[in-house]
Design a binder for this molecule. Structure first.
Ligand code: MLT
Ligand code: ZN
Length: 469
Protein backbone atom coordinates (compact mmCIF):
# COMPACT_ATOMS: atom_id res chain seq x y z
CA UNK A 1 0.00 0.00 0.00
CA UNK A 2 1.49 3.34 -0.91
CA UNK A 3 0.49 6.71 -2.23
CA UNK A 4 -2.12 9.02 -0.76
CA UNK A 5 -4.91 7.87 1.49
CA UNK A 6 -8.49 8.40 0.33
CA UNK A 7 -9.67 11.85 1.44
CA UNK A 8 -12.64 10.36 3.20
CA UNK A 9 -10.45 8.08 5.32
CA UNK A 10 -8.16 11.00 6.20
CA UNK A 11 -11.20 12.99 7.33
CA UNK A 12 -12.41 10.11 9.52
CA UNK A 13 -8.93 9.67 11.04
CA UNK A 14 -8.69 13.39 11.73
CA UNK A 15 -12.08 13.26 13.43
CA UNK A 16 -10.61 10.66 15.81
CA UNK A 17 -7.18 12.10 16.65
CA UNK A 18 -7.67 15.77 15.74
CA UNK A 19 -6.50 17.43 12.53
CA UNK A 20 -3.23 18.60 14.10
CA UNK A 21 -2.30 14.98 14.85
CA UNK A 22 -2.61 13.78 11.27
CA UNK A 23 0.77 14.62 9.73
CA UNK A 24 1.42 14.46 6.01
CA UNK A 25 4.10 15.67 3.56
CA UNK A 26 7.20 17.22 5.16
CA UNK A 27 5.68 16.95 8.64
CA UNK A 28 5.64 13.16 8.24
CA UNK A 29 9.17 12.80 6.85
CA UNK A 30 10.98 12.49 10.20
CA UNK A 31 8.85 9.44 11.06
CA UNK A 32 9.85 7.68 7.85
CA UNK A 33 13.59 7.34 8.50
CA UNK A 34 15.44 5.58 11.30
CA UNK A 35 18.29 7.21 13.23
CA UNK A 36 21.05 5.32 11.43
CA UNK A 37 19.80 6.66 8.10
CA UNK A 38 19.86 3.07 6.90
CA UNK A 39 16.10 2.73 6.49
CA UNK A 40 14.14 5.37 4.65
CA UNK A 41 10.52 4.95 3.69
CA UNK A 42 7.50 7.08 3.06
CA UNK A 43 4.29 7.49 5.03
CA UNK A 44 1.08 8.72 3.44
CA UNK A 45 0.19 9.90 6.94
CA UNK A 46 1.45 9.81 10.51
CA UNK A 47 -1.32 9.43 13.07
CA UNK A 48 -0.71 10.57 16.64
CA UNK A 49 -3.57 9.31 18.83
CA UNK A 50 -3.79 10.71 22.36
CA UNK A 51 -5.18 7.66 24.15
CA UNK A 52 -6.07 3.97 23.93
CA UNK A 53 -9.59 4.62 22.67
CA UNK A 54 -8.20 6.70 19.83
CA UNK A 55 -5.72 3.94 18.95
CA UNK A 56 -8.63 1.50 18.81
CA UNK A 57 -10.67 3.78 16.56
CA UNK A 58 -7.71 4.44 14.26
CA UNK A 59 -6.93 0.74 13.87
CA UNK A 60 -10.57 -0.07 13.26
CA UNK A 61 -10.71 2.47 10.44
CA UNK A 62 -7.43 1.27 8.91
CA UNK A 63 -8.49 -2.38 9.10
CA UNK A 64 -11.80 -1.62 7.40
CA UNK A 65 -9.96 0.25 4.64
CA UNK A 66 -7.22 -2.41 4.34
CA UNK A 67 -4.52 0.17 5.07
CA UNK A 68 -1.25 -1.19 6.46
CA UNK A 69 0.03 0.36 9.69
CA UNK A 70 3.48 0.52 11.27
CA UNK A 71 3.35 1.21 15.02
CA UNK A 72 6.20 3.50 16.09
CA UNK A 73 7.57 4.43 19.51
CA UNK A 74 10.75 6.45 20.01
CA UNK A 75 12.04 5.38 16.57
CA UNK A 76 15.30 4.11 18.05
CA UNK A 77 15.00 0.65 16.48
CA UNK A 78 17.88 -0.79 14.49
CA UNK A 79 16.28 -3.21 12.05
CA UNK A 80 13.79 -1.06 10.18
CA UNK A 81 10.82 -2.49 12.09
CA UNK A 82 9.30 0.88 12.95
CA UNK A 83 9.57 2.83 9.70
CA UNK A 84 7.14 2.73 6.76
CA UNK A 85 9.35 1.05 4.17
CA UNK A 86 6.39 0.03 2.02
CA UNK A 87 4.27 3.15 2.25
CA UNK A 88 2.43 2.18 5.43
CA UNK A 89 0.65 4.63 7.70
CA UNK A 90 2.71 5.35 10.83
CA UNK A 91 0.87 4.96 14.12
CA UNK A 92 2.94 7.03 16.55
CA UNK A 93 2.32 6.09 20.17
CA UNK A 94 4.37 9.04 21.46
CA UNK A 95 1.40 10.89 22.96
CA UNK A 96 0.50 7.94 25.20
CA UNK A 97 2.88 9.37 27.77
CA UNK A 98 1.08 8.91 31.08
CA UNK A 99 3.25 7.51 33.85
CA UNK A 100 1.18 6.23 36.77
CA UNK A 101 2.11 6.52 40.44
CA UNK A 102 4.66 3.96 41.62
CA UNK A 103 3.02 1.09 43.51
CA UNK A 104 5.51 0.85 46.37
CA UNK A 105 3.93 -2.33 47.74
CA UNK A 106 4.61 -4.18 44.51
CA UNK A 107 7.56 -2.08 43.30
CA UNK A 108 5.72 -1.63 40.00
CA UNK A 109 4.53 1.16 37.76
CA UNK A 110 2.10 1.43 34.86
CA UNK A 111 3.44 3.41 31.93
CA UNK A 112 1.93 4.51 28.65
CA UNK A 113 3.60 3.30 25.47
CA UNK A 114 5.09 6.75 24.85
CA UNK A 115 6.87 7.10 28.22
CA UNK A 116 10.65 6.98 27.83
CA UNK A 117 12.65 4.27 29.62
CA UNK A 118 14.54 7.00 31.48
CA UNK A 119 11.27 8.41 32.83
CA UNK A 120 10.37 4.96 34.16
CA UNK A 121 13.83 4.63 35.72
CA UNK A 122 13.37 8.03 37.41
CA UNK A 123 9.87 7.26 38.70
CA UNK A 124 11.02 6.61 42.28
CA UNK A 125 14.32 7.52 43.96
CA UNK A 126 14.65 4.09 45.58
CA UNK A 127 13.77 2.06 42.49
CA UNK A 128 15.12 1.65 38.99
CA UNK A 129 14.21 -0.01 35.68
CA UNK A 130 16.20 -3.20 35.13
CA UNK A 131 16.53 -2.54 31.40
CA UNK A 132 19.31 -0.06 30.68
CA UNK A 133 20.03 0.85 27.06
CA UNK A 134 22.02 3.69 25.54
CA UNK A 135 18.92 5.14 23.84
CA UNK A 136 16.95 5.17 27.12
CA UNK A 137 16.16 8.91 26.88
CA UNK A 138 14.35 8.47 23.53
CA UNK A 139 13.34 4.78 23.51
CA UNK A 140 9.81 4.31 24.78
CA UNK A 141 8.03 1.64 26.79
CA UNK A 142 5.86 0.45 23.90
CA UNK A 143 8.77 0.05 21.51
CA UNK A 144 11.02 -1.52 24.14
CA UNK A 145 8.36 -4.13 24.92
CA UNK A 146 7.54 -4.68 21.24
CA UNK A 147 11.21 -5.38 20.50
CA UNK A 148 11.95 -7.06 23.85
CA UNK A 149 14.87 -4.66 24.31
CA UNK A 150 17.92 -6.06 26.06
CA UNK A 151 20.89 -3.82 26.78
CA UNK A 152 23.59 -3.48 29.36
CA UNK A 153 22.10 -5.21 32.42
CA UNK A 154 20.46 -8.31 30.98
CA UNK A 155 22.83 -10.61 32.86
CA UNK A 156 21.32 -9.31 36.11
CA UNK A 157 17.69 -8.45 35.32
CA UNK A 158 16.85 -10.04 31.96
CA UNK A 159 15.36 -8.25 28.92
CA UNK A 160 12.19 -6.14 28.75
CA UNK A 161 9.99 -9.26 28.74
CA UNK A 162 11.30 -10.12 32.20
CA UNK A 163 10.17 -6.74 33.59
CA UNK A 164 6.65 -7.13 32.20
CA UNK A 165 3.86 -7.76 34.73
CA UNK A 166 0.99 -6.74 32.49
CA UNK A 167 0.04 -5.14 29.22
CA UNK A 168 -2.60 -3.09 27.49
CA UNK A 169 -2.76 -3.45 23.72
CA UNK A 170 -5.12 -2.95 20.80
CA UNK A 171 -5.78 -5.55 18.13
CA UNK A 172 -6.13 -4.52 14.53
CA UNK A 173 -9.91 -4.78 14.70
CA UNK A 174 -9.96 -2.20 17.51
CA UNK A 175 -10.37 -4.68 20.39
CA UNK A 176 -8.65 -3.44 23.56
CA UNK A 177 -6.89 -6.11 25.64
CA UNK A 178 -5.97 -5.07 29.17
CA UNK A 179 -4.28 -7.16 31.84
CA UNK A 180 -2.56 -4.63 34.07
CA UNK A 181 -3.13 -5.76 37.67
CA UNK A 182 0.55 -6.65 38.03
CA UNK A 183 0.10 -10.05 39.65
CA UNK A 184 3.40 -11.88 40.02
CA UNK A 185 1.60 -15.22 40.17
CA UNK A 186 -1.24 -15.54 37.71
CA UNK A 187 -1.82 -18.85 35.96
CA UNK A 188 -5.10 -18.03 34.29
CA UNK A 189 -4.40 -18.90 30.71
CA UNK A 190 -2.05 -17.90 27.95
CA UNK A 191 0.64 -15.38 28.80
CA UNK A 192 -0.10 -13.10 25.88
CA UNK A 193 1.77 -10.10 27.40
CA UNK A 194 4.89 -12.19 27.08
CA UNK A 195 3.98 -13.08 23.50
CA UNK A 196 3.60 -9.42 22.60
CA UNK A 197 7.10 -8.79 23.96
CA UNK A 198 9.29 -9.16 20.88
CA UNK A 199 6.36 -9.26 18.45
CA UNK A 200 7.67 -6.13 16.67
CA UNK A 201 4.29 -4.52 16.11
CA UNK A 202 2.94 -7.50 14.17
CA UNK A 203 0.31 -8.74 16.65
CA UNK A 204 -1.11 -5.64 18.32
CA UNK A 205 -0.34 -2.00 19.09
CA UNK A 206 0.96 -1.88 22.66
CA UNK A 207 -0.56 1.10 24.46
CA UNK A 208 0.68 0.60 28.06
CA UNK A 209 2.69 -1.78 30.19
CA UNK A 210 2.85 -2.69 33.86
CA UNK A 211 6.53 -2.89 34.76
CA UNK A 212 8.36 -4.45 37.67
CA UNK A 213 11.02 -2.09 39.05
CA UNK A 214 14.21 -3.20 40.81
CA UNK A 215 15.98 -1.72 43.86
CA UNK A 216 18.22 1.21 42.90
CA UNK A 217 21.76 0.13 43.64
CA UNK A 218 24.00 2.60 45.42
CA UNK A 219 27.57 3.44 44.44
CA UNK A 220 28.27 1.17 41.47
CA UNK A 221 31.90 0.60 40.55
CA UNK A 222 32.93 0.51 36.89
CA UNK A 223 36.14 -1.09 35.64
CA UNK A 224 37.61 -1.31 32.15
CA UNK A 225 40.16 -4.09 31.79
CA UNK A 226 42.51 -4.40 28.82
CA UNK A 227 42.90 -7.88 27.30
CA UNK A 228 44.75 -9.60 24.48
CA UNK A 229 41.72 -11.03 22.72
CA UNK A 230 38.14 -12.34 23.00
CA UNK A 231 39.30 -15.52 24.78
CA UNK A 232 40.70 -13.61 27.73
CA UNK A 233 37.64 -11.31 27.84
CA UNK A 234 35.27 -14.26 27.86
CA UNK A 235 37.15 -16.15 30.57
CA UNK A 236 37.24 -13.06 32.76
CA UNK A 237 33.54 -12.33 32.23
CA UNK A 238 32.67 -15.92 33.08
CA UNK A 239 34.62 -15.64 36.31
CA UNK A 240 32.96 -12.28 37.07
CA UNK A 241 29.48 -13.83 36.76
CA UNK A 242 30.45 -16.42 39.36
CA UNK A 243 32.67 -14.42 41.70
CA UNK A 244 31.25 -10.88 41.76
CA UNK A 245 27.93 -11.06 43.61
CA UNK A 246 26.73 -7.59 42.63
CA UNK A 247 27.67 -7.82 38.94
CA UNK A 248 25.46 -5.69 36.67
CA UNK A 249 27.28 -5.60 33.33
CA UNK A 250 30.03 -7.38 31.40
CA UNK A 251 30.60 -5.53 28.13
CA UNK A 252 33.07 -6.07 25.31
CA UNK A 253 34.56 -3.63 22.80
CA UNK A 254 37.72 -3.25 20.76
CA UNK A 255 40.44 -0.72 20.12
CA UNK A 256 39.29 -0.47 16.48
CA UNK A 257 35.94 0.97 17.58
CA UNK A 258 37.57 3.13 20.22
CA UNK A 259 39.96 4.61 17.64
CA UNK A 260 36.96 5.88 15.64
CA UNK A 261 35.34 7.34 18.75
CA UNK A 262 38.56 9.05 19.80
CA UNK A 263 38.97 10.54 16.33
CA UNK A 264 35.37 11.57 15.66
CA UNK A 265 33.64 11.88 19.03
CA UNK A 266 36.43 13.24 21.19
CA UNK A 267 36.57 10.30 23.59
CA UNK A 268 39.73 9.72 25.61
CA UNK A 269 41.41 6.34 25.84
CA UNK A 270 40.62 4.50 29.08
CA UNK A 271 44.05 2.86 29.23
CA UNK A 272 47.57 3.68 28.09
CA UNK A 273 49.07 1.88 26.34
CA UNK A 274 45.87 0.76 24.64
CA UNK A 275 44.89 -2.91 24.54
CA UNK A 276 43.52 -4.83 21.53
CA UNK A 277 40.20 -5.48 23.29
CA UNK A 278 38.45 -4.46 26.49
CA UNK A 279 36.02 -5.79 29.07
CA UNK A 280 33.91 -3.31 31.00
CA UNK A 281 32.57 -4.67 34.27
CA UNK A 282 30.17 -2.90 36.58
CA UNK A 283 29.06 -4.07 40.01
CA UNK A 284 27.30 -2.61 43.02
CA UNK A 285 26.63 -3.55 46.62
CA UNK A 286 28.73 -4.64 49.58
CA UNK A 287 32.16 -5.89 48.57
CA UNK A 288 31.74 -4.99 44.89
CA UNK A 289 34.94 -2.94 44.66
CA UNK A 290 37.01 -5.60 46.43
CA UNK A 291 35.58 -8.45 44.36
CA UNK A 292 36.26 -6.58 41.12
CA UNK A 293 39.82 -5.76 42.25
CA UNK A 294 40.45 -9.41 43.12
CA UNK A 295 39.14 -10.50 39.74
CA UNK A 296 41.16 -7.99 37.73
CA UNK A 297 44.40 -8.78 39.56
CA UNK A 298 47.41 -7.13 37.97
CA UNK A 299 45.85 -6.64 34.53
CA UNK A 300 45.83 -3.10 33.10
CA UNK A 301 42.59 -1.49 34.29
CA UNK A 302 40.82 1.85 34.74
CA UNK A 303 38.45 2.15 37.71
CA UNK A 304 35.58 4.62 38.06
CA UNK A 305 33.54 5.19 41.21
CA UNK A 306 32.08 8.73 41.01
CA UNK A 307 29.38 9.56 38.47
CA UNK A 308 31.68 11.61 36.20
CA UNK A 309 34.42 9.01 36.01
CA UNK A 310 31.94 6.17 35.49
CA UNK A 311 30.27 8.15 32.70
CA UNK A 312 33.68 8.66 31.03
CA UNK A 313 34.36 4.93 31.12
CA UNK A 314 30.84 3.98 30.02
CA UNK A 315 31.09 6.32 27.02
CA UNK A 316 33.79 4.01 25.64
CA UNK A 317 31.21 1.24 25.40
CA UNK A 318 27.89 3.06 25.11
CA UNK A 319 29.01 5.14 22.13
CA UNK A 320 30.17 2.12 20.15
CA UNK A 321 26.88 1.96 18.20
CA UNK A 322 27.97 5.28 16.63
CA UNK A 323 31.54 4.23 15.75
CA UNK A 324 31.02 2.61 12.33
CA UNK A 325 28.60 5.41 11.41
CA UNK A 326 31.54 7.81 11.17
CA UNK A 327 32.78 5.81 8.16
CA UNK A 328 29.51 5.04 6.34
CA UNK A 329 26.00 3.77 6.96
CA UNK A 330 26.50 0.51 8.82
CA UNK A 331 24.61 -2.74 8.61
CA UNK A 332 23.89 -3.41 12.27
CA UNK A 333 23.90 -7.16 12.76
CA UNK A 334 22.98 -8.30 16.22
CA UNK A 335 23.68 -11.95 16.91
CA UNK A 336 24.12 -14.41 19.76
CA UNK A 337 25.59 -17.87 20.16
CA UNK A 338 25.78 -20.46 22.95
CA UNK A 339 28.24 -19.32 25.63
CA UNK A 340 30.91 -21.84 24.68
CA UNK A 341 31.01 -20.49 21.09
CA UNK A 342 31.20 -16.76 21.79
CA UNK A 343 35.01 -16.66 21.54
CA UNK A 344 34.91 -18.30 18.12
CA UNK A 345 32.26 -15.84 16.96
CA UNK A 346 34.11 -12.76 18.23
CA UNK A 347 37.47 -13.99 16.92
CA UNK A 348 36.38 -15.08 13.45
CA UNK A 349 33.46 -12.93 12.36
CA UNK A 350 35.59 -10.16 10.81
CA UNK A 351 37.36 -12.80 8.69
CA UNK A 352 34.03 -14.24 7.62
CA UNK A 353 32.89 -10.79 6.45
CA UNK A 354 36.23 -10.20 4.71
CA UNK A 355 35.72 -13.35 2.61
CA UNK A 356 32.50 -11.81 1.30
CA UNK A 357 33.81 -8.25 0.99
CA UNK A 358 37.53 -7.69 1.60
CA UNK A 359 37.04 -3.90 1.78
CA UNK A 360 34.34 -3.94 4.45
CA UNK A 361 34.88 -2.27 7.80
CA UNK A 362 33.80 -4.45 10.74
CA UNK A 363 33.37 -3.09 14.27
CA UNK A 364 32.35 -5.52 17.01
CA UNK A 365 31.16 -4.98 20.57
CA UNK A 366 28.57 -6.53 22.81
CA UNK A 367 27.32 -8.20 25.92
CA UNK A 368 29.76 -11.02 26.68
CA UNK A 369 27.82 -12.76 29.42
CA UNK A 370 24.72 -13.03 27.18
CA UNK A 371 26.60 -14.63 24.26
CA UNK A 372 25.62 -11.50 22.29
CA UNK A 373 27.83 -9.74 19.77
CA UNK A 374 26.99 -6.64 17.75
CA UNK A 375 28.62 -6.83 14.32
CA UNK A 376 28.52 -3.45 12.58
CA UNK A 377 29.57 -3.64 8.93
CA UNK A 378 30.23 -0.80 6.53
CA UNK A 379 30.40 -2.33 3.05
CA UNK A 380 33.69 -1.81 1.26
CA UNK A 381 34.46 1.52 -0.33
CA UNK A 382 33.68 1.63 -4.05
CA UNK A 383 30.77 -0.78 -3.80
CA UNK A 384 27.58 0.66 -5.15
CA UNK A 385 25.52 -0.32 -2.14
CA UNK A 386 28.06 1.07 0.32
CA UNK A 387 28.15 4.40 -1.48
CA UNK A 388 24.39 4.56 -1.84
CA UNK A 389 23.80 3.74 1.79
CA UNK A 390 26.26 6.42 2.86
CA UNK A 391 24.27 8.90 0.76
CA UNK A 392 21.00 7.65 2.20
CA UNK A 393 19.87 6.55 -1.25
CA UNK A 394 18.94 3.33 -2.86
CA UNK A 395 17.46 1.61 0.16
CA UNK A 396 13.82 2.59 0.26
CA UNK A 397 11.04 0.53 -1.19
CA UNK A 398 11.36 -3.16 -1.93
CA UNK A 399 13.60 -4.99 0.42
CA UNK A 400 16.84 -3.36 -0.72
CA UNK A 401 17.12 -2.26 2.82
CA UNK A 402 20.06 -4.39 3.74
CA UNK A 403 23.33 -4.36 1.80
CA UNK A 404 21.51 -4.74 -1.51
CA UNK A 405 22.86 -8.15 -2.46
CA UNK A 406 22.79 -9.31 1.16
CA UNK A 407 26.19 -10.95 1.01
CA UNK A 408 27.37 -9.47 4.33
CA UNK A 409 24.27 -10.69 6.10
CA UNK A 410 24.53 -14.08 4.37
CA UNK A 411 28.09 -14.47 5.56
CA UNK A 412 27.50 -13.43 9.17
CA UNK A 413 24.13 -15.12 9.65
CA UNK A 414 25.26 -18.42 8.07
CA UNK A 415 28.29 -18.44 10.33
CA UNK A 416 26.14 -17.72 13.37
CA UNK A 417 23.62 -20.40 12.41
CA UNK A 418 26.47 -22.90 12.02
CA UNK A 419 27.43 -22.12 15.62
CA UNK A 420 23.87 -22.80 16.80
CA UNK A 421 23.16 -19.11 17.33
CA UNK A 422 20.46 -16.53 16.68
CA UNK A 423 20.39 -13.88 13.94
CA UNK A 424 18.81 -11.47 16.41
CA UNK A 425 19.84 -11.38 20.04
CA UNK A 426 18.03 -8.20 20.94
CA UNK A 427 17.15 -5.86 18.05
CA UNK A 428 14.54 -8.07 16.39
CA UNK A 429 14.05 -9.31 12.85
CA UNK A 430 12.43 -6.20 11.45
CA UNK A 431 12.84 -5.58 7.75
CA UNK A 432 16.60 -6.07 7.81
CA UNK A 433 16.63 -9.79 8.59
CA UNK A 434 13.22 -11.06 7.46
CA UNK A 435 14.61 -13.08 4.57
CA UNK A 436 17.14 -14.89 6.78
CA UNK A 437 14.65 -16.11 9.38
CA UNK A 438 14.54 -19.64 7.86
CA UNK A 439 18.20 -20.03 8.82
CA UNK A 440 17.25 -20.21 12.49
CA UNK A 441 13.52 -21.00 12.62
CA UNK A 442 12.10 -24.21 11.17
CA UNK A 443 9.18 -24.51 8.74
CA UNK A 444 7.00 -25.73 11.61
CA UNK A 445 7.95 -22.76 13.79
CA UNK A 446 7.31 -20.23 11.03
CA UNK A 447 3.98 -21.85 10.23
CA UNK A 448 3.01 -21.46 13.89
CA UNK A 449 4.11 -17.81 13.79
CA UNK A 450 1.83 -17.29 10.78
CA UNK A 451 -1.14 -18.90 12.56
CA UNK A 452 -0.60 -16.76 15.65
CA UNK A 453 -0.34 -13.71 13.49
CA UNK A 454 -3.55 -14.48 11.65
CA UNK A 455 -5.34 -14.98 14.97
CA UNK A 456 -4.25 -11.61 16.35
CA UNK A 457 -4.44 -9.63 13.11
CA UNK A 458 -6.82 -11.33 10.66
CA UNK A 459 -6.92 -8.17 8.53
CA UNK A 460 -3.16 -8.49 8.02
CA UNK A 461 -2.51 -4.76 8.40
CA UNK A 462 -0.02 -4.67 11.28
CA UNK A 463 3.57 -4.25 10.13
CA UNK A 464 3.03 -6.71 7.25
CA UNK A 465 6.64 -6.67 6.02
CA UNK A 466 8.25 -7.39 9.37
CA UNK A 467 8.69 -11.01 10.52
CA UNK A 468 7.32 -12.46 7.27
CA UNK A 469 3.95 -14.12 7.34
C1 MLT B 1 24.12 -1.76 22.16
O1 MLT B 1 24.38 -2.79 22.77
O2 MLT B 1 24.88 -0.80 22.18
C2 MLT B 1 22.81 -1.66 21.48
O3 MLT B 1 22.24 -2.90 21.25
C3 MLT B 1 22.79 -0.77 20.29
C4 MLT B 1 23.59 -1.20 19.11
O4 MLT B 1 24.08 -2.32 19.04
O5 MLT B 1 23.77 -0.43 18.17
ZN1 ZN C 1 23.12 -4.39 22.61
Amino acid sequence: MSGDLPANLLRQLAAVVGQSHVLTGDAAAGYAVDWTGGFTGQAPAVLRPGGTAEVAAVLGLCADAGVAVVPQGGNTGLVGGGVPLHGEVVLSLARLDRLGPVDLDAGQVSAGAGVSLQQVADADPGLDLGVFIASRHSATVGGAVATNAGGLRVLRYGPMRAQLRGIEAVLSDGTVLSHMSGLVKDNTGYDYPSLLAGSEGTLAAITAARLQLVPRLADPVTVIVGADGPGEVHALARRAVREVGGLLSAEFFTQAGLDLLVEHAGLTLPLRPPAPVYLLLEAAGPGAAEELAELVGDRPAAVGTGAAERARLWACRERHPEAAGFVGVPLKLDVSVPAARWVRLASDVAGVVAEADPGALVIIYGHVADGNLHVNVVPGAGRADGADRANGEGIAGEVGIAGEDGRHEDAVFSFVASLGGSISAEHGIGALKARWLPLVRSDAERALFARLRAAFDPAGILNPHVLPR
